[in-house]
Design a protein around this ligand. Structure first.
Ligand SMILES: *Cc1c(COP(=O)(O)O)cnc(C)c1O
Length: 462
Protein backbone atom coordinates (compact mmCIF):
# COMPACT_ATOMS: atom_id res chain seq x y z
CA UNK A 1 0.00 0.00 0.00
CA UNK A 2 1.19 3.55 -0.67
CA UNK A 3 1.94 5.83 2.28
CA UNK A 4 -1.17 7.84 1.43
CA UNK A 5 -3.53 4.85 1.53
CA UNK A 6 -1.85 3.40 4.61
CA UNK A 7 -2.37 6.77 6.31
CA UNK A 8 -6.07 6.83 5.26
CA UNK A 9 -6.56 3.34 6.66
CA UNK A 10 -4.85 4.21 9.95
CA UNK A 11 -6.72 7.50 10.35
CA UNK A 12 -10.03 5.74 9.66
CA UNK A 13 -9.19 3.10 12.24
CA UNK A 14 -8.16 5.72 14.81
CA UNK A 15 -11.47 7.55 14.30
CA UNK A 16 -13.45 4.34 14.72
CA UNK A 17 -11.50 3.40 17.86
CA UNK A 18 -12.19 6.84 19.33
CA UNK A 19 -15.97 6.56 18.89
CA UNK A 20 -16.85 5.17 22.34
CA UNK A 21 -14.88 7.86 24.17
CA UNK A 22 -14.68 11.00 22.03
CA UNK A 23 -17.17 13.85 22.67
CA UNK A 24 -20.12 13.02 20.41
CA UNK A 25 -20.77 16.49 18.98
CA UNK A 26 -18.42 18.51 16.76
CA UNK A 27 -15.76 20.39 18.71
CA UNK A 28 -14.96 23.21 16.27
CA UNK A 29 -17.06 26.25 15.38
CA UNK A 30 -18.04 27.28 11.87
CA UNK A 31 -15.42 30.05 11.88
CA UNK A 32 -12.70 27.68 13.10
CA UNK A 33 -13.56 25.17 10.38
CA UNK A 34 -13.53 27.87 7.71
CA UNK A 35 -10.17 29.07 8.95
CA UNK A 36 -8.76 25.55 8.83
CA UNK A 37 -10.35 24.20 5.62
CA UNK A 38 -11.36 27.23 3.57
CA UNK A 39 -7.96 27.72 1.93
CA UNK A 40 -7.39 28.80 -1.69
CA UNK A 41 -7.18 26.11 -4.37
CA UNK A 42 -3.46 25.51 -4.97
CA UNK A 43 -2.07 26.42 -8.38
CA UNK A 44 -0.05 23.23 -8.51
CA UNK A 45 -0.92 19.92 -6.92
CA UNK A 46 0.29 18.52 -3.62
CA UNK A 47 1.39 14.99 -2.68
CA UNK A 48 -1.53 12.69 -1.79
CA UNK A 49 -0.06 11.83 1.63
CA UNK A 50 0.18 15.51 2.56
CA UNK A 51 -3.35 16.25 1.31
CA UNK A 52 -4.82 13.41 3.35
CA UNK A 53 -2.84 14.22 6.49
CA UNK A 54 -3.99 17.84 6.37
CA UNK A 55 -7.58 16.81 5.64
CA UNK A 56 -7.65 14.58 8.71
CA UNK A 57 -6.00 17.26 10.86
CA UNK A 58 -8.34 20.03 9.71
CA UNK A 59 -11.62 18.11 9.43
CA UNK A 60 -11.46 16.02 12.61
CA UNK A 61 -12.59 18.78 15.01
CA UNK A 62 -15.68 19.24 12.83
CA UNK A 63 -16.63 15.56 12.73
CA UNK A 64 -19.57 14.16 14.67
CA UNK A 65 -19.38 10.68 16.26
CA UNK A 66 -22.42 9.56 14.29
CA UNK A 67 -21.41 5.90 13.97
CA UNK A 68 -20.68 5.84 17.71
CA UNK A 69 -22.84 4.24 20.41
CA UNK A 70 -24.27 7.44 21.96
CA UNK A 71 -25.39 9.40 18.92
CA UNK A 72 -29.18 9.60 19.24
CA UNK A 73 -29.89 12.55 16.93
CA UNK A 74 -32.33 12.49 14.00
CA UNK A 75 -32.54 8.83 12.83
CA UNK A 76 -29.00 8.03 11.84
CA UNK A 77 -27.70 4.51 12.52
CA UNK A 78 -24.06 3.53 12.63
CA UNK A 79 -22.08 1.33 10.30
CA UNK A 80 -20.95 -2.21 11.01
CA UNK A 81 -17.47 -3.55 10.30
CA UNK A 82 -18.74 -5.78 7.51
CA UNK A 83 -20.61 -2.94 5.82
CA UNK A 84 -17.75 -0.47 6.26
CA UNK A 85 -15.22 -2.98 4.95
CA UNK A 86 -17.41 -3.63 1.90
CA UNK A 87 -17.79 0.13 1.47
CA UNK A 88 -14.00 0.55 1.41
CA UNK A 89 -13.83 -2.21 -1.19
CA UNK A 90 -16.60 -0.51 -3.18
CA UNK A 91 -14.46 2.64 -3.40
CA UNK A 92 -11.29 0.70 -4.20
CA UNK A 93 -13.06 -1.35 -6.87
CA UNK A 94 -14.56 1.86 -8.31
CA UNK A 95 -17.15 0.12 -10.45
CA UNK A 96 -19.51 2.15 -12.56
CA UNK A 97 -22.59 0.18 -11.72
CA UNK A 98 -25.21 1.38 -14.17
CA UNK A 99 -25.02 -1.69 -16.37
CA UNK A 100 -24.38 -5.40 -16.12
CA UNK A 101 -21.62 -4.80 -18.66
CA UNK A 102 -19.81 -2.32 -16.41
CA UNK A 103 -19.93 -4.47 -13.26
CA UNK A 104 -21.27 -8.01 -13.59
CA UNK A 105 -20.42 -8.80 -9.96
CA UNK A 106 -22.44 -5.86 -8.66
CA UNK A 107 -25.41 -6.77 -10.86
CA UNK A 108 -25.54 -10.24 -9.35
CA UNK A 109 -25.01 -8.90 -5.81
CA UNK A 110 -27.96 -6.52 -6.24
CA UNK A 111 -30.19 -9.20 -7.67
CA UNK A 112 -29.28 -11.41 -4.69
CA UNK A 113 -29.95 -8.60 -2.19
CA UNK A 114 -33.31 -8.01 -3.87
CA UNK A 115 -34.30 -11.59 -3.15
CA UNK A 116 -33.04 -11.44 0.44
CA UNK A 117 -34.65 -8.09 1.21
CA UNK A 118 -38.15 -8.80 -0.04
CA UNK A 119 -38.09 -12.03 1.93
CA UNK A 120 -36.70 -10.40 5.10
CA UNK A 121 -39.26 -7.57 4.99
CA UNK A 122 -42.18 -9.80 4.02
CA UNK A 123 -42.89 -7.98 0.75
CA UNK A 124 -44.35 -9.65 -2.38
CA UNK A 125 -41.70 -12.03 -3.75
CA UNK A 126 -41.61 -10.55 -7.26
CA UNK A 127 -41.08 -6.94 -6.13
CA UNK A 128 -38.25 -5.07 -7.82
CA UNK A 129 -35.69 -2.99 -5.93
CA UNK A 130 -33.74 0.11 -6.84
CA UNK A 131 -30.59 0.81 -4.79
CA UNK A 132 -30.65 4.58 -4.46
CA UNK A 133 -28.90 7.25 -2.39
CA UNK A 134 -31.49 7.41 0.39
CA UNK A 135 -35.17 7.34 1.20
CA UNK A 136 -35.64 10.71 -0.52
CA UNK A 137 -34.68 9.23 -3.89
CA UNK A 138 -36.52 6.02 -3.05
CA UNK A 139 -39.68 8.16 -2.87
CA UNK A 140 -38.87 9.73 -6.23
CA UNK A 141 -38.35 6.28 -7.76
CA UNK A 142 -41.46 4.68 -6.26
CA UNK A 143 -43.70 7.67 -6.94
CA UNK A 144 -42.46 7.84 -10.54
CA UNK A 145 -43.58 4.21 -10.89
CA UNK A 146 -46.94 5.16 -9.36
CA UNK A 147 -47.31 8.13 -11.71
CA UNK A 148 -46.56 5.87 -14.67
CA UNK A 149 -49.03 3.18 -13.63
CA UNK A 150 -51.90 5.49 -12.69
CA UNK A 151 -51.69 7.56 -15.86
CA UNK A 152 -51.16 4.55 -18.11
CA UNK A 153 -54.51 3.28 -16.83
CA UNK A 154 -56.02 6.51 -18.14
CA UNK A 155 -54.39 5.94 -21.53
CA UNK A 156 -51.74 8.59 -20.89
CA UNK A 157 -48.02 7.99 -21.49
CA UNK A 158 -46.37 10.26 -18.94
CA UNK A 159 -42.83 9.25 -19.94
CA UNK A 160 -43.44 10.48 -23.50
CA UNK A 161 -45.98 13.23 -23.04
CA UNK A 162 -45.20 14.59 -19.59
CA UNK A 163 -47.86 16.16 -17.41
CA UNK A 164 -48.95 19.04 -19.61
CA UNK A 165 -52.55 18.25 -20.49
CA UNK A 166 -52.53 14.93 -18.62
CA UNK A 167 -55.47 13.67 -16.56
CA UNK A 168 -55.48 14.96 -13.00
CA UNK A 169 -53.74 12.69 -10.52
CA UNK A 170 -54.87 13.01 -6.89
CA UNK A 171 -52.31 12.64 -4.13
CA UNK A 172 -53.33 11.93 -0.54
CA UNK A 173 -50.93 11.94 2.43
CA UNK A 174 -51.22 11.82 6.21
CA UNK A 175 -50.88 15.14 7.99
CA UNK A 176 -47.63 13.88 9.57
CA UNK A 177 -46.04 13.07 6.18
CA UNK A 178 -42.23 13.31 6.15
CA UNK A 179 -40.99 16.34 4.19
CA UNK A 180 -39.23 14.13 1.65
CA UNK A 181 -42.56 12.92 0.22
CA UNK A 182 -43.89 16.34 -0.86
CA UNK A 183 -40.37 17.08 -2.12
CA UNK A 184 -40.46 13.94 -4.29
CA UNK A 185 -43.90 14.98 -5.57
CA UNK A 186 -42.44 18.38 -6.45
CA UNK A 187 -39.62 16.78 -8.45
CA UNK A 188 -42.18 14.67 -10.30
CA UNK A 189 -44.29 17.64 -11.35
CA UNK A 190 -47.17 16.64 -9.07
CA UNK A 191 -46.89 19.74 -6.90
CA UNK A 192 -46.20 19.63 -3.16
CA UNK A 193 -49.04 22.09 -2.59
CA UNK A 194 -51.71 20.01 -4.34
CA UNK A 195 -51.68 17.11 -1.89
CA UNK A 196 -54.71 16.37 0.23
CA UNK A 197 -53.77 15.90 3.88
CA UNK A 198 -55.59 13.41 6.10
CA UNK A 199 -55.90 14.19 9.84
CA UNK A 200 -53.90 12.04 12.27
CA UNK A 201 -54.31 10.90 15.87
CA UNK A 202 -52.27 12.01 18.87
CA UNK A 203 -49.34 9.75 17.92
CA UNK A 204 -49.30 10.94 14.30
CA UNK A 205 -51.13 7.94 12.77
CA UNK A 206 -53.39 8.55 9.79
CA UNK A 207 -57.07 8.18 10.74
CA UNK A 208 -58.70 5.63 8.38
CA UNK A 209 -62.18 7.14 8.80
CA UNK A 210 -60.77 10.49 7.64
CA UNK A 211 -58.98 8.82 4.73
CA UNK A 212 -62.27 7.19 3.73
CA UNK A 213 -63.92 10.63 3.67
CA UNK A 214 -61.16 12.11 1.50
CA UNK A 215 -61.22 9.19 -0.93
CA UNK A 216 -65.02 9.31 -1.19
CA UNK A 217 -64.71 12.80 -2.62
CA UNK A 218 -62.19 11.85 -5.32
CA UNK A 219 -62.62 10.49 -8.80
CA UNK A 220 -59.88 9.30 -11.09
CA UNK A 221 -56.32 8.11 -10.51
CA UNK A 222 -55.28 8.41 -6.88
CA UNK A 223 -52.04 7.92 -5.02
CA UNK A 224 -52.04 7.47 -1.22
CA UNK A 225 -48.83 7.84 0.80
CA UNK A 226 -48.83 6.17 4.20
CA UNK A 227 -46.06 5.90 6.75
CA UNK A 228 -44.63 3.26 9.08
CA UNK A 229 -42.29 4.93 11.54
CA UNK A 230 -43.19 8.55 12.28
CA UNK A 231 -39.96 10.51 12.46
CA UNK A 232 -40.89 11.90 15.88
CA UNK A 233 -42.94 9.23 17.63
CA UNK A 234 -42.08 6.09 15.63
CA UNK A 235 -45.84 5.46 15.21
CA UNK A 236 -47.13 3.33 12.34
CA UNK A 237 -50.15 4.17 10.24
CA UNK A 238 -52.89 1.47 10.50
CA UNK A 239 -51.86 -0.32 7.32
CA UNK A 240 -54.58 -2.97 7.10
CA UNK A 241 -57.39 -0.40 7.16
CA UNK A 242 -55.52 1.89 4.75
CA UNK A 243 -54.81 -1.02 2.36
CA UNK A 244 -58.54 -1.94 2.39
CA UNK A 245 -59.54 1.62 1.52
CA UNK A 246 -56.93 1.87 -1.25
CA UNK A 247 -58.04 -1.47 -2.71
CA UNK A 248 -61.69 -0.35 -2.72
CA UNK A 249 -60.74 2.93 -4.39
CA UNK A 250 -58.22 1.34 -6.79
CA UNK A 251 -55.58 3.74 -5.47
CA UNK A 252 -51.81 3.19 -5.56
CA UNK A 253 -50.55 2.80 -2.00
CA UNK A 254 -47.00 3.98 -1.28
CA UNK A 255 -45.34 3.52 2.12
CA UNK A 256 -42.64 5.68 3.68
CA UNK A 257 -40.85 3.15 5.85
CA UNK A 258 -37.47 4.87 6.04
CA UNK A 259 -36.69 3.14 9.31
CA UNK A 260 -40.01 1.66 10.49
CA UNK A 261 -40.25 -0.89 7.68
CA UNK A 262 -37.40 -2.79 9.36
CA UNK A 263 -39.82 -3.78 12.13
CA UNK A 264 -41.20 -6.20 9.54
CA UNK A 265 -37.93 -8.14 9.90
CA UNK A 266 -38.81 -8.93 13.53
CA UNK A 267 -41.32 -11.80 13.77
CA UNK A 268 -42.74 -10.43 17.05
CA UNK A 269 -43.27 -6.96 15.59
CA UNK A 270 -44.85 -7.80 12.23
CA UNK A 271 -48.32 -7.52 13.70
CA UNK A 272 -47.81 -3.78 14.23
CA UNK A 273 -47.32 -3.30 10.47
CA UNK A 274 -49.90 -5.81 9.31
CA UNK A 275 -51.19 -4.85 5.88
CA UNK A 276 -47.97 -3.09 4.87
CA UNK A 277 -47.23 -5.95 2.47
CA UNK A 278 -50.40 -5.04 0.51
CA UNK A 279 -48.96 -1.71 -0.68
CA UNK A 280 -47.75 -1.06 -4.23
CA UNK A 281 -44.42 0.53 -3.33
CA UNK A 282 -42.19 1.00 -0.29
CA UNK A 283 -39.29 3.35 0.37
CA UNK A 284 -36.73 2.64 3.05
CA UNK A 285 -33.12 3.16 4.03
CA UNK A 286 -30.22 0.81 4.57
CA UNK A 287 -28.09 3.63 5.99
CA UNK A 288 -30.36 4.09 9.01
CA UNK A 289 -31.40 0.99 10.92
CA UNK A 290 -29.49 -1.59 8.85
CA UNK A 291 -26.26 0.20 9.87
CA UNK A 292 -24.77 0.46 6.39
CA UNK A 293 -22.64 3.58 5.65
CA UNK A 294 -24.17 6.51 3.75
CA UNK A 295 -25.51 6.70 1.08
CA UNK A 296 -27.90 3.79 0.82
CA UNK A 297 -31.65 3.81 0.24
CA UNK A 298 -34.03 1.21 -1.19
CA UNK A 299 -37.02 1.63 -3.52
CA UNK A 300 -39.32 -1.41 -3.73
CA UNK A 301 -42.11 -1.70 -6.30
CA UNK A 302 -44.57 -4.58 -6.39
CA UNK A 303 -45.01 -4.46 -10.18
CA UNK A 304 -41.53 -4.46 -11.76
CA UNK A 305 -42.96 -3.44 -15.15
CA UNK A 306 -44.14 -0.08 -13.78
CA UNK A 307 -40.87 0.45 -11.93
CA UNK A 308 -38.83 -0.27 -15.02
CA UNK A 309 -41.04 1.77 -17.35
CA UNK A 310 -40.60 4.81 -15.11
CA UNK A 311 -36.81 4.54 -14.84
CA UNK A 312 -35.36 2.82 -17.91
CA UNK A 313 -33.28 4.57 -20.53
CA UNK A 314 -31.64 3.38 -23.71
CA UNK A 315 -28.97 4.69 -26.04
CA UNK A 316 -27.14 3.20 -28.97
CA UNK A 317 -23.78 3.03 -27.20
CA UNK A 318 -25.06 1.22 -24.12
CA UNK A 319 -24.77 -2.54 -23.99
CA UNK A 320 -27.99 -3.49 -22.24
CA UNK A 321 -29.46 -6.79 -21.27
CA UNK A 322 -32.47 -8.12 -23.09
CA UNK A 323 -35.55 -8.88 -21.01
CA UNK A 324 -34.71 -10.21 -17.57
CA UNK A 325 -31.46 -11.86 -18.65
CA UNK A 326 -29.32 -9.91 -16.21
CA UNK A 327 -29.76 -6.78 -14.15
CA UNK A 328 -28.92 -3.34 -15.51
CA UNK A 329 -29.21 -0.95 -12.54
CA UNK A 330 -30.17 1.96 -14.83
CA UNK A 331 -33.55 0.27 -15.26
CA UNK A 332 -34.42 0.68 -11.56
CA UNK A 333 -32.95 3.99 -10.35
CA UNK A 334 -32.84 7.63 -11.47
CA UNK A 335 -29.02 7.59 -11.52
CA UNK A 336 -26.98 6.72 -14.61
CA UNK A 337 -23.35 6.25 -13.54
CA UNK A 338 -23.46 5.18 -9.94
CA UNK A 339 -21.64 3.78 -6.95
CA UNK A 340 -21.87 0.01 -6.40
CA UNK A 341 -23.88 0.49 -3.24
CA UNK A 342 -25.18 -3.08 -3.23
CA UNK A 343 -21.89 -4.43 -1.86
CA UNK A 344 -22.16 -2.99 1.69
CA UNK A 345 -25.80 -4.11 1.95
CA UNK A 346 -24.85 -7.60 0.81
CA UNK A 347 -22.04 -7.76 3.36
CA UNK A 348 -24.17 -6.46 6.22
CA UNK A 349 -27.06 -8.84 5.51
CA UNK A 350 -24.67 -11.79 5.53
CA UNK A 351 -22.87 -10.55 8.65
CA UNK A 352 -26.15 -10.26 10.57
CA UNK A 353 -28.21 -13.05 9.07
CA UNK A 354 -31.97 -13.05 9.37
CA UNK A 355 -31.81 -13.37 13.14
CA UNK A 356 -29.18 -10.66 13.48
CA UNK A 357 -31.35 -8.12 11.64
CA UNK A 358 -34.30 -8.98 13.89
CA UNK A 359 -32.12 -8.74 17.02
CA UNK A 360 -30.71 -5.37 15.92
CA UNK A 361 -34.17 -3.88 15.43
CA UNK A 362 -35.76 -5.44 18.52
CA UNK A 363 -32.68 -4.50 20.56
CA UNK A 364 -32.92 -0.81 19.60
CA UNK A 365 -36.60 -0.84 20.58
CA UNK A 366 -35.73 -2.38 23.94
CA UNK A 367 -33.08 0.29 24.52
CA UNK A 368 -35.58 3.00 23.58
CA UNK A 369 -37.95 1.70 26.29
CA UNK A 370 -35.06 1.70 28.77
CA UNK A 371 -34.20 5.29 27.79
CA UNK A 372 -37.86 6.30 28.18
CA UNK A 373 -38.04 4.78 31.67
CA UNK A 374 -34.77 6.41 32.70
CA UNK A 375 -35.73 9.81 31.33
CA UNK A 376 -39.21 9.67 32.89
CA UNK A 377 -37.47 9.37 36.28
CA UNK A 378 -35.81 12.79 35.90
CA UNK A 379 -37.69 15.44 37.93
CA UNK A 380 -39.86 17.56 35.64
CA UNK A 381 -39.48 15.18 32.67
CA UNK A 382 -42.41 13.78 30.75
CA UNK A 383 -42.32 11.24 27.90
CA UNK A 384 -44.89 12.39 25.33
CA UNK A 385 -45.10 9.42 22.97
CA UNK A 386 -46.06 5.77 23.19
CA UNK A 387 -42.64 4.15 22.76
CA UNK A 388 -43.65 1.64 20.09
CA UNK A 389 -40.38 1.66 18.17
CA UNK A 390 -36.96 3.31 18.61
CA UNK A 391 -38.10 6.91 19.17
CA UNK A 392 -38.66 8.73 22.46
CA UNK A 393 -39.96 12.29 22.88
CA UNK A 394 -39.28 13.98 26.22
CA UNK A 395 -40.21 17.39 27.50
CA UNK A 396 -38.79 19.09 30.59
CA UNK A 397 -40.62 21.49 32.90
CA UNK A 398 -38.32 23.64 35.09
CA UNK A 399 -38.54 23.26 38.90
CA UNK A 400 -40.27 26.66 39.21
CA UNK A 401 -42.97 25.50 36.77
CA UNK A 402 -41.82 28.12 34.22
CA UNK A 403 -41.56 27.99 30.42
CA UNK A 404 -41.13 24.32 29.47
CA UNK A 405 -40.47 25.09 25.78
CA UNK A 406 -37.52 27.34 26.56
CA UNK A 407 -36.27 24.99 29.30
CA UNK A 408 -36.45 21.93 27.01
CA UNK A 409 -34.48 23.77 24.31
CA UNK A 410 -31.84 24.78 26.88
CA UNK A 411 -31.53 21.19 28.05
CA UNK A 412 -31.07 19.96 24.45
CA UNK A 413 -28.34 22.56 23.87
CA UNK A 414 -26.73 21.65 27.17
CA UNK A 415 -26.67 17.95 26.30
CA UNK A 416 -25.19 18.67 22.86
CA UNK A 417 -22.41 20.79 24.41
CA UNK A 418 -21.65 18.37 27.25
CA UNK A 419 -20.66 15.60 24.82
CA UNK A 420 -21.66 12.33 26.51
CA UNK A 421 -24.37 11.86 23.91
CA UNK A 422 -26.00 13.89 21.16
CA UNK A 423 -29.72 14.33 20.56
CA UNK A 424 -31.76 16.75 18.57
CA UNK A 425 -34.66 18.93 19.52
CA UNK A 426 -37.98 18.85 17.71
CA UNK A 427 -41.50 20.19 18.00
CA UNK A 428 -44.39 17.81 18.66
CA UNK A 429 -47.92 19.19 18.38
CA UNK A 430 -46.59 22.66 19.08
CA UNK A 431 -44.49 21.62 22.10
CA UNK A 432 -40.68 21.74 22.22
CA UNK A 433 -39.28 18.26 22.84
CA UNK A 434 -36.00 16.41 23.02
CA UNK A 435 -36.01 13.58 20.54
CA UNK A 436 -34.13 10.35 21.22
CA UNK A 437 -33.59 7.96 18.34
CA UNK A 438 -31.82 4.65 18.83
CA UNK A 439 -30.68 2.97 15.65
CA UNK A 440 -26.95 2.28 16.00
CA UNK A 441 -25.97 -1.35 16.40
CA UNK A 442 -23.19 -0.65 18.93
CA UNK A 443 -25.41 1.03 21.54
CA UNK A 444 -25.59 -0.88 24.84
CA UNK A 445 -27.63 -0.59 28.05
CA UNK A 446 -24.62 1.08 29.63
CA UNK A 447 -24.61 3.73 26.86
CA UNK A 448 -28.27 4.44 27.60
CA UNK A 449 -27.72 4.64 31.36
CA UNK A 450 -24.68 6.91 31.01
CA UNK A 451 -26.63 9.18 28.66
CA UNK A 452 -29.65 9.34 30.96
CA UNK A 453 -27.31 10.20 33.86
CA UNK A 454 -25.67 12.97 31.81
CA UNK A 455 -29.09 14.39 30.86
CA UNK A 456 -30.20 14.23 34.49
CA UNK A 457 -27.10 16.22 35.47
CA UNK A 458 -27.79 18.84 32.82
CA UNK A 459 -31.45 19.23 33.83
CA UNK A 460 -30.37 19.79 37.43
CA UNK A 461 -28.03 22.70 36.61
CA UNK A 462 -30.15 24.49 33.98
C1 LIG B 1 -35.00 9.78 7.21
C2 LIG B 1 -36.38 9.73 6.70
C3 LIG B 1 -36.66 10.03 5.35
C4 LIG B 1 -35.60 10.52 4.41
O1 LIG B 1 -34.58 9.57 4.24
P1 LIG B 1 -33.16 9.98 3.65
O2 LIG B 1 -32.42 8.69 3.69
O3 LIG B 1 -32.61 11.01 4.56
O4 LIG B 1 -33.36 10.48 2.26
C5 LIG B 1 -37.95 9.88 4.93
N1 LIG B 1 -38.93 9.51 5.75
C6 LIG B 1 -38.71 9.22 7.06
C7 LIG B 1 -39.84 8.77 7.92
C8 LIG B 1 -37.42 9.33 7.57
O5 LIG B 1 -37.18 9.03 8.85
Amino acid sequence: MSDALRFAYEASSAFRRSLPTRPVGAQATLLELRAALGRPLPETGLPAAQVLAELVRDATPGLVAEPGPRYFGFVIGGSSEAALGADWLTSAWDQNSGLYATSPALAVVEETCTRWLVDLLGLPADSSVGFVTGCQMAHVTCLAAARHALLQRMGWDVEQDGLQGSPRLHVVVGDEVHVTVPRALRFLGLGAGRVLRVPVDGQGRMLPAELAKVLAGLQGPTLVCAQVGNVNTGAMDPMEAIADLCAAHDAWLHVDGAFGLWAAAVPGMRGALKGVERADSWATDAHKWLNVPYDSGLAFVKAPAHHRAAMTVSAAYLIQQEGEAARDAVDWVPEFSRRARGFPIYAQLRALGRRGVADLVAGSCRLARRAAEGLAGIPGAEVLNEVVLNQVLVRFTPPDGGDADAFTRRVVEGVQAEGTCWLSGSTWHGLAVMRVSISGQDTTEDDIDRSVAAIRGIVSVH
